[in-house]
Design a protein around this ligand. Structure first.
Ligand code: N01
Length: 488
C-alpha cells in the first residue's frame, strides 16, 4: 500500500529542537525523503549555540522534552544547557534523524519555481522540494546594543550567545550589560568567581525564585524501571505550568495572586536602595518572568554591583555611566538578547506570484495560527509569529505544530492535494480574534519586551496552550487554498 504513496521532498531549515522534532515524526510516519539544512557544524540549535556560564532551561526538563523520547536520566529539575544539547543530539541519533542533517549548509534563499520550492544554499548549491519547513528558532540572531564606543573596548567583549571560552573569568572585573533571563543566569554563575561583577541594568525584571534540586540516583533508577513515571511527571508538570494560564490571559484573582507572590519575593533584598533599583514599574509577567533561585542572593554580594544609571559610552577601560563614573572592566559581556522578530530571515523567500517575505511582512510578521503564510504554498514555520512562547515548553509547542504539518504532508502523500496555503481571509480572521483577545493578557499591560513587535503588537498567543493544541489539531479546509487533481 505504501508503494502507492507519493514521497514528498521536504527541506527543513535548522537542526535545532524543532527540526529534530519534525524529522523524528516524519521518520515515524514512514517519510524519509527529507533533508535538514543546518548552518552550524552541530545539531541542537539554541542549546548548541548558547554556552554561557550558568545556562540552564528554566522550564522543568520532565516537561521540556519530546513526549515521544522521554529521558529518565535528567540530572536536575531544570537541566543545564549542555545536558539538553546532549539529549537533543541523542534523540537525533537514536531516531536516525542525524543521517538527514547537512551541516555547514546555510540556506540563503527559498524561491517558488516550477510547482515546487527551490532552495539555494549560501555556496550556490540548489535543490528542489515539495515542502519547506522553517525550524530556525525564535531567538537566534544576537542583538548587539547601540552603545557609543562599544568597539573601542580594549579587552575581550562578546555577546552571551557567542561566548569566548578562551577568556579567563575567575578573579577578573567583569561588566555585564543586560538583566533578562540570560543575564540573570550569568550573574548567578559568575558571582563569587569574578573578582568584581558589575551588572548594568537598564530595566529591572521580575524574578520568581524556584529551586533546582538534583534528582537522586534512586529517582533516576525509578524512572528507568517504570517509564510510566516519565509520562506521569511530564503531564504533571504540563498541568502545573498550564495552571498559570488564567493569570497570564485575563485580569482577575489568579493574576492578582501570582503578582502578589512574585512581588513579595523582592522583600528578601535587605538594602532598601537596592530593592528600589530592582523593582520593576510594570506588572509581573508582562515581560518573560525570570526564574532563578539565586539572583537576589547574588546581587546582594559585596563583589556584585548593580548599576542602574544609564550607560553613556563604552571606553577602552570600561563603561562610563551618565553620572560620569567609569566602571573599569577586564571583560565585557553583552547579554542583550536577540532579534525575536527575524524568524527565518535573513533567508530571502519569494512566493509563486513574486511576492517576497519582506513584502508580505511589510506591516509586521503574521502567520495563520502561527505556522503558515498566505501566498506561500507548502511552507510551514515552527515558532512563527504569535506562537505561544513565553514561560512554556517550546518542545510541546513544536510537537503541536509538527502534528499540523504532518496532516497536510500526509494528504499530499495520498495525492489529495498538490499545494496548500492559508487564505488571506482566514489569516485576517485569526488576527481579528488575536486583536480582540490580546488586551486582556498580562503582556499588554504596558511594558516593552521582545514579545512586542515593531508595530507595537504583542506577538504571542492570547489563549491557553490547550486552545493552541486544539486549534492546530483541527484542520479547516475552508481556511486554505488547496490545489491538486483530487482536492475538489
Ligand atoms: O534577552 P532579553 P535574554 N543598553 O531581551 C538589555 C530565552 N531564554 O537573552 O530590559 C542597556 O530578555 C535589556 O534591557 P531592557 C527567554 O525566552 C530562555 O536575557 O530592554 N541594556 C535586557 O535587560 C528570554 O526571554 C532561557 O531595558 C540593554 C537585556 O539586555 C529570551 O531568551 C534562558 C541594551 C536583554 O534581555 C531572551 O533573554 C535564557 C542597551 N542598549 C534566555 N539593549 C531558558 O532558561 C538591551 N539591553 C529557557
Amino acid at each position: 500500500m505504501s508503494d502507492a504513496l507519493r514521497q514528498p521532498r521536504i527541506a527543513i531549515v535548522g537542526a535545532g529542537m524543532s527540526g529534530i522534532c519534525l524529522g523524528a515524526l516524519l521518520l515515524d510516519a514512514g517519510i524519509a525523503s527529507f533533508t535538514i539544512f543546518e548552518k552550524a557544524e552541530d545539531a541542537g540549535g539554541t542549546w548548541c549555540e548558547n554556552t554561557y556560564p550558568g545556562i540552564a532551561c528554566d522550564v522543568p526538563s520532565r516537561f521540556y522534552q519530546y513526549s515521544f523520547a522521554r529521558n529518565p536520566d535528567w540530572t536536575r529539575v531544570m537541566a543545564p544547557g549542555a545536558e539538553i544539547n546532549a539529549y537533543l543530539t541523542k534523540v537525533a541519533g537514536d531516531t536516525g534523524v542525524d543521517t538527514h542533517i547537512r551541516y555547514d549548509a546555510e540556506v540563503a534563499s527559498i524561491d517558488w519555481g516550477d510547482g515546487c520550492w527551490s532552495v539555494t544554499l549560501a555556496d550556490g548549491e540548489q535543490a528542489e522540494f515539495d515542502f519547506v519547513v522553517s525550524a530556525t528558532g525564535i531567538l537566534h540572531r544576537p542583538r548587539y546594543p547601540d552603545i557609543a564606543g562599544l568597539d573601542t573596548f580594549a579587552s575581550p567583549s562578546f555577546h552571551s550567545a557567542r561566548w569566548d571560552h578562551d577568556v579567563p573569568l575567575d578573579g577578573r572585573r567583569i561588566g555585564l550589560i543586560g538583566t533578562g533571563s540570560t543575564g540573570a543566569q550569568i550573574v548567578c554563575d559568575l558571582a563569587g568567581r569574578a573578582g568584581e561583577l558589575t551588572v548594568f541594568q537598564r530595566t529591572p525584571h521580575w524574578v520568581m525564585q524556584i529551586g533546582n534540586p538534583e534528582f537522586s540516583r534512586f529517582t533516576k533508577r525509578l524512572h528507568r524501571r517504570f517509564p510510566q513515571l516519565d509520562a506521569l511527571t511530564y503531564h504533571g508538570w504540563r498541568l502545573f505550568i498550564e495552571s498559570f494560564s488564567p493569570a497570564l490571559l485575563r485580569p482577575g484573582i489568579a493574576r492578582r495572586f501570582a503578582s502578589w507572590q512574585i512581588r513579595r519575593q523582592l522583600r528578601q533584598v535587605e538594602d532598601p536602595v537596592l530593592r528600589a533599583q530592582l523593582t520593576p514599574d510594570f506588572e509581573p509577567m508582562c515581560r518573560r518572568l525570570i526564574i532563578s533561585i539565586g539572583y537576589y542572593d547574588a546581587v546582594q554580594r559585596d563583589d556584585v554591583h548593580v548599576v542602574a544609571t544609564a550607560i553613556e559610552r563604552v571606553e577602552p577601560d570600561g563603561v562610563r555611566t551618565t553620572d560620569g563614573v567609569l566602571h573599569p572592566c577586564d571583560v565585557l559581556v553583552l547579554a542583550t538578547g536577540f532579534d525575536a522578530h527575524a524568524y527565518l530571515r535573513p533567508i530571502a523567500m519569494t512566493g509563486p506570484d513574486g511576492t517576497t517575505l519582506e513584502e508580505a511582512w511589510a506591516a509586521g510578521p503574521r502567520a495563520y495560527r502561527s505556522i503558515a503564510l498566505p501566498g506561500f504554498p507548502n511552507f510551514f514555520m515552527f515558532m512563527g509569529p504569535n506562537s505561544p512562547v513565553g514561560n512554556y515548553s517550546l518542545i510541546a509547542i513544536a510537537e503541536a505544530q509538527a502534528g499540523h504539518m504532518l496532516e497536510w504532508i500526509g494528504r499530499w502523500r495520498r495525492g489529495e492535494l498538490d499545494t496548500v496555503a492559508p487564505t488571506a481571509a482566514a489569516t485576517d480572521a485569526f488576527y481579528g480574534e488575536v486583536a480582540a483577545a490580546m488586551p486582556d493578557t498580562v503582556w499588554a499591560t504596558g511594558c516593552t519586551s521582545w514579545y512586542v513587535g515593531a508595530s507595537g503588537q504583542v506577538e504571542l498567543y492570547p489563549w491557553a496552550p490547550k486552545h493552541f493544541r486544539a486549534s492546530l489539531a483541527e484542520i479547516r479546509d475552508s481556511d486554505f487554498v488547496i490545489t491538486g487533481s483530487n482536492s475538489g
